[in-house]
Design a protein around this ligand. Structure first.
Ligand code: MN
Length: 246
């Protein structure tokens, strides 16, 4: 299965989480929340062919970590993947929104400068501003909106502007999430867990969240699990062909 947004480095025992994901044969995008975390998180997956490590700077800590932007710029050449990045307009993060915008714009400009990256993007309470920022940097790469919770109008704008979406169990369970998923082209969806957050992982990396996401998609798409898996695998191959040239 495919877990296109997972925080392997934030598990209580990261080495064990990597081993469990590896044993299950999952394709994982291991996102980070600060540029300083990139090297050791990439090192965790050094032996894995299926885990890719993304360079990130999470919007919820953008104000504390903006001094790491020069490090972000130095590390960008080491990976095809960027995340977790984006904007968070929730009331608890609104007071640092100006810093978030500066950081996200800088990151998109850097990605554009190096020819584009695959980006795993957080857009909670900020979907329109995320789409505006992407529009300011048209060469930033392929944007994958993680756990999208915007409005239907914002969803349609994201689809029209070429965004992809990574979808986890919670999204396949909520009424709005299901309606969003039904509106997204099938060839632009991947699954995710956001683990160790938002799921029943019991402290270790478990398959339950991914299985539930695939099950949810198969019911929304009215397909068998095998057909659903085959579409998701094809989507990942397509994305990697564009970005990694494989
Ligand atoms: Mn996340």
């Amino acid at each position: 299965m495919i877990d296109f947004h997972c925080h392997l480095d934030l598990f209580p025992e990261p080495e064990k989480a990597v081993a469990a994901a590896e044993k299950s044969g999952h394709y994982v995008l291991s996102v980070t929340t600060t540029p300083k975390a990139f090297a050791k998180t990439a090192y965790l997956a050094r032996k894995s062919k299926r885990i890719r490590t993304a360079l990130g700077l999470h919007p919820q800590i953008a104000h504390e970590r903006k001094s790491e932007l020069p490090l972000f710029d130095r590390l960008i050449s080491e990976t095809d993947y960027v995340g977790e990045v984006g904007l968070d307009g929730g009331p608890e993060y609104r007071k640092h929104y100006a810093d978030q915008l500066i950081v996200f714009d800088h990151i998109l400009a850097t990605c554009q400068k190096v020819g584009g990256r695959v980006l795993s993007i957080h857009s909670r309470h900020a979907a329109s501003d995320v789409l505006d920022a992407l529009a300011r940097h048209p060469g930033a790469g392929t944007a994958i909106l993680h756990w999208f919770t915007g409005t239907t109008a914002e969803l349609n704008r994201a689809i029209d502007s070429g965004c992809w979406f990574s979808v986890g169990r919670p999204m396949t369970k909520s009424k709005k999430g299901r309606s969003h998923i039904a509106g997204i082209p099938q060839n632009r969806i991947l699954t995710e867990t956001d683990a160790p957050f938002g799921g029943s992982t019991d402290g270790g990396y478990a398959d339950t969240e991914l299985c539930a996401a695939v099950n949810g998609l198969s019911s929304i798409w009215d397909m068998t699990i095998a057909e659903t898996q085959s579409i998701l695998a094809k989507n990942l191959r397509m994305l990697r062909r564009v970005r990694e040239n494989v």
